[in-house]
Design a binder for this molecule. Structure first.
Ligand code: GLN
Length: 206
């Protein structure tokens, strides 16, 4: 867990429920032994600024570049995105971004805090609760990016209907919503499976 700011505790709890050994990391050298990394929700501008200030940003970028499993949720998705709309100059020029995920995200796309909402989306064959809090959406994806979930059509969701809220690109998994809120394990399970798959022996499918 990158533990500079944000909803670290909830992610730690969700992963521990799956049996993961989770450690908070703040410094570059702490990333060396990890099999996977979570970039939590929170405030992407703060996390990005602190990551640069703490000297951990380059280590996070290297982690992504080495195709080690990374889950980014909400602010974490903004950090992973190669292109950010409605970001700060440092997010838009990449200097306080992680990058690596070939998507364009729009920050705070669903509106301000009062417009945050909860819905249910179809993700990998499961119905998954999606809590969106000043969330980004994915406005466009590059060719190597798999769209995992979209907001479903409903008049109450207005311009949100159809927007992409979960994507995967190789070892990178990102959601606009907060899978650590509530006790639905689907997203953490997907991430954990990729961590175990990348770290351990591959069990052949039947
Ligand atoms: N709006 C925040 C950002 O851009 C994300 C909000 C969240 O993580 N809940 O960083």
């Amino acid at each position: 867990m990158l533990a500079l700011q944000g909803d670290v505790r909830e992610h730690v709890a969700a992963l521990r429920r799956l049996g993961a050994d989770v450690v908070p990391v703040r410094r570059a050298e702490e990333l060396a032994d990890l099999d996977g990394l979570v970039l939590p929700g929170g405030e992407s501008t703060t996390i990005g600024r602190l990551a640069v200030r703490f000297g951990v940003m380059d280590a996070v970028r290297a982690f992504v570049a080495q195709a080690r499993p990374v889950l980014g949720t909400c602010a974490g998705m903004v950090l992973l995105a190669d292109r950010v709309l409605d970001g700060t100059p440092a997010q838009e020029d990449g200097s306080e971004a992680v990058g690596g995920l070939d998507v364009t995200v729009r920050r705070n796309a669903f509106g301000r805090q009062v417009d945050s909402f909860e819905t249910t989306v179809d993700l990998a064959g499961s119905r998954v609760p999606a809590v969106l809090i000043r969330a980004p959406w994915v406005e466009s994806v590059g060719p190597g990016v798999e769209v995992l979930a979209r907001v479903e059509g409903s008049p109450t969701h207005g311009g949100a209907a159809g927007r992409i809220v979960a994507v995967r690109q190789g070892s990178l998994l990102a959601t606009s919503f907060h899978p650590e809120i509530g006790d639905d394990p689907v997203v953490h399970r997907m991430f954990w499976d990729s961590v175990v798959g990348a770290a351990g022996p591959v069990v052949p499918a039947e």
